[in-house]
Design a protein around this ligand. Structure first.
Ligand code: ADP
Ligand code: MG
Length: 719
């Protein structure tokens, strides 16, 4: 008999199972579903593979159940018991129907009351064994639970560790009925193929897949189900990493890149002209990147660094390396404000630098840097596009506008993408594809660090460089979570004190979700309140996204010159704004912002040598909000905050939906299984580097083909 592969299980509909066609035991409360198959389908389970990867939400260990007699009032508990009496209270007019059920565990009774669930009277019959979960209350000395969740345990399940399947009540199918279908599916599946190379499994002590898929559903013991979940979770991570690693290697194999000339005269002059020495981390990062740039293989690299670590300089270094060889460079930023800021700092860093130019009188000209955003006027744009297409522009800084069809380059050689809200994989490649000839090198930067495991997943097709050191002379920002009126008062006092010392301050207005316009209105209200209240007598300016760009620029230059002492702003200042004399920031309603955003905002101060402060205003109404603010108070380290963020929010929100494979992570978690993410990546590299299109691993190849879409399939497995 041949072994079945996951791909075959994915192709088999659940209708191959006889049990699936059975009528539901308690179809009363869900109208559409008649059979188990109907109910499963409502839960998104269509194939045998879907069914076998519909993993238990939790397990009840019969051997370690708390007896009813030991339950305390207020406990959240699950008990195993037998139904002894079911009683429908006579319906009184206007009152909800109530079903009262007594259960007992051979020693004590527990009273259950179900409000508005009349169908309970049919499904819970005397003598049934059930697992009941809920909060324990007492009434007249009797232990009871209101509207507990109930699983019928008896009948199809005899094991000691009972699997409880997700959402079963809602779809009208009980956990035990699902278990019954799964039992048949396991039988139907027979022996399963295990395509993961044995040395890797043995080295890391993973159980076989065949054993694991059985034990995850029908565990012999708690330890066995843990081992099973560990193995199956690892497989999920491995499949994801294999796709990413194969994609990475395919790009390297398929495309011809540019061997840039590293250590050019232009870059050497740029370095000499810098007002500061590079940090050790910048040296290291540049070293890693230059090694890539010099090779004829396109670079795909992620540059991670904390706020203020000096990523822009590293990016510019790359861009200049391309320019030195006669190529053009593009820097894409997520917002207009940031693009403008980059354009300004790049122009400043390059002033006085020239490139050879045979056409000019002096035989050289300045490096030409241009800006392209949606605010660029039509005529400026036309001129710029012509110059870009002719190769007369060396560097272009811009927003998404760079991706427009009409933007053409003559010789695009280097692309830097500064991501804040994450451009998609497609957008990253869209810019790269603007080169007609060899594929440009790509450097992706994140505004704030993201956790290592997330980077390995979201950016798993990229290599990573980390800038783990701030330029010297920075003092950590003293951060205070101002929880009450006295703390808030102290925050404004600090603002006034710093300003009297000649420093400047930011006030970040509360986040308003409705619209940019409403946000702008609320920011100007806040300015008025501060000007007549706590910051009376100071020179305040207002910055928000609705201001015309000329006005925005005017406000920024007044703030930069010190004419304005306080900048009251929306989150438009989150990115790029760089005024080292600003030493205090007050963030209002801070609990409404995410960790990364607060950290990025805070990064606007502490840019000079003077001690800086950040006040987070607002009492966090949720424990999660409190944990966020406390974390910011505790540390200035963006990498550490990124991990806290992952712990608090879970992976979904951090990764977004853009990484397809992440949806296949049912057991594995980037958060709880950090170690296994790294291990899976390591194993994936070992496998792919020895066997790039998995010719010697047909089982794995089959499995991955089933996971990815047509285009990827074509691309990844092409030799
Ligand atoms: P980020 O990594 O957040 O993008 P930036 O590139 O904006 O950081 O740099 C932050 C500030 O640090 C800028 O003002 C930049 O000029 C300055 N800077 C960068 N590298 C160095 C260095 N080696 N020494 C001193 N200052 C530096
Ligand atoms: Mg930056």
């Amino acid at each position: 008999m041949s072994l079945k592969s996951l791909a075959e299980l994915a192709e088999a509909p659940i209708s191959v199972l006889r049990t699936a066609e059975r009528a539901l035991r308690a179809p009363g409360h869900v109208k559409q579903a008649r059979t188990r198959a109907d109910a499963l389908e409502q839960m998104g389970v269509r194939s045998v593979l879907d069914l076998l990867t519909h993993y238990p939400r939790r397990y009840l260990d019969r051997t370690s159940q708390v007896p009813i007699s030991e339950l305390q009032e207020g406990d959240e508990a699950t008990v195993l018991a037998v139904v002894r009496r079911v009683h429908r209270l006579p319906a009184r007019r206007g009152a909800k129907p109530v079903v009262m059920v007594d259960v007992w565990d051979e020693r004590s009774y527990l009273a259950l009351s179900f409000f508005n669930q009349p169908w309970r009277a049919q499904t819970l019959r005397e003598g049934l064994e059930v697992a009941v979960s809920g909060k324990v209350t007492t009434f007249r000395g009797r232990r009871q639970m209101s509207n507990p969740s109930v699983e019928i345990v008896e009948g199809e399940w005899k094991g000691r560790v009972v699997p409880i399947y997700p959402q079963s009540e809602k779809a009208g199918i009980s956990s035990m009925e699902i278990g019954g279908c799964i039992a048949e599916a396991l039988e139907w599946a027979g022996e399963l193929e295990d395509p993961v190379p044995t040395p890797a499994l043995r080295e890391h002590d993973f159980a076989s897949r065949h054993w694991s898929i059985r034990q995850v559903h029908q565990p012999e013991s708690v330890a066995a189900k843990n081992a099973a979940r560990r193995r199956l979770g690892f497989d999920e991570l491995l499949r994801l990493q294999l796709v990413l690693v194969m994609r990475k290697r395919a790009v390297e194999r398929e495309s011809k890149g540019i061997a840039h000339e590293v250590g050019s005269d232009l870059v050497a002059r740029f370095r000499e002209g810098l007002p500061f020495p590079l940090t050790g981390a910048q040296e290291r990062a540049i070293g890693e990147i230059e090694a890539d740039l010099g090779k004829p293989v396109p670079m795909h690299r992620l540059l991670q660094g904390d706020v203020g670590a000096g990523k822009t300089l590293v990016a510019l270094w790359c861009l200049l390396t391309a320019v030195a060889g006669g190529y053009q460079g593009a820097l894409m930023a997520p917002t207009e404000v940031l693009a403008e800021q980059h354009h300004m700092s790049v122009t400043a860093l390059l002033s006085g630098l020239s490139v050879p130019d045979s056409g000019s009188l002096w035989g050289e000209r300045g490096v030409r840097v241009e800006l392209l955003t949606n605010r660029t006027t039509a005529s400026e744009r036309a001129t710029l596009l012509t110059a870009l297409a002719r190769g007369e522009v060396d560097l272009v800084v811009g927003t998404h506008a760079l991706l427009t069809e009409s933007v053409r380059f003559e010789r695009l050689g280097m692309v830097v993408i500064d991501e804040q809200h994450r451009f998609g994989v497609e957008q990253r490649s869209a810019l790269r594809e603007k080169a007609d000839g060899p594929v440009p090198d790509v450097l992706v930067m994140t505004a704030t660090p993201i956790p290592r495991t997330a980077a390995m997943t979201v950016y798993g097709d990229l290599d990573t460089t980390v800038l783990d050191e701030l330029p010297p002379g920075r003092t950590p920002v003293g951060t205070v979570w101002a929880r009450g009126p006295l703390d808030v008062e102290a925050a404004w006092q600090t603002v006034i004190a710093e300003i009297s010392e000649g420093h400047q301050a930011y006030v970040v207005c509360p986040l308003v979700e409705e619209s940019e316009r409403v946000q702008a209105v609320s920011a100007s209200d806040e300015l008025a309140r501060l000007a007549t209240g706590p910051l009376h007598g100071l020179r305040l300016g207002l910055l928000h996204g609705q201001l015309p760009s000329r006005e925005k620029e005017a406000v920024m230059s007044q703030f930069r010159s010190g004419e304005l002492q306080v900048l009251v702003a929306t989150t438009v200042i989150e990115v790029g704004v760089d005024v080292p004399n600003a030493t205090v920031m007050v963030i209002e309603d801070a609990d409404r912002f995410g960790i990364a955003q607060l950290h990025q905002l805070r990064g606007r101060v502490g840019r000079g040598a003077a001690r800086s402060w950040c006040y987070l205003l607002g009492d966090a109404p949720t424990p999660e909000g409190a944990a966020r603010l406390a974390a910011l108070e505790r540390t200035n380290d963006g990498f550490e905050l990124a991990e806290v963020d992952l712990d608090l929010r879970g992976e979904g929100t951090i990764l977004g939906t853009r990484q397809k494979g992440v949806n296949d992570l049912k057991l594995a978690s980037l958060r709880r299984h950090r170690k296994y993410v790294a291990l899976a990546r390591e194993v994936a590299f070992d496998i792919v580097d020895a066997d790039p299109i998995l010719a010697a691993h047909p089982g794995l190849a089959r499995e991955l083909r089933a996971l990815v879409d047509d285009d990827d399939r074509e691309y990844l497995f092409k030799s």
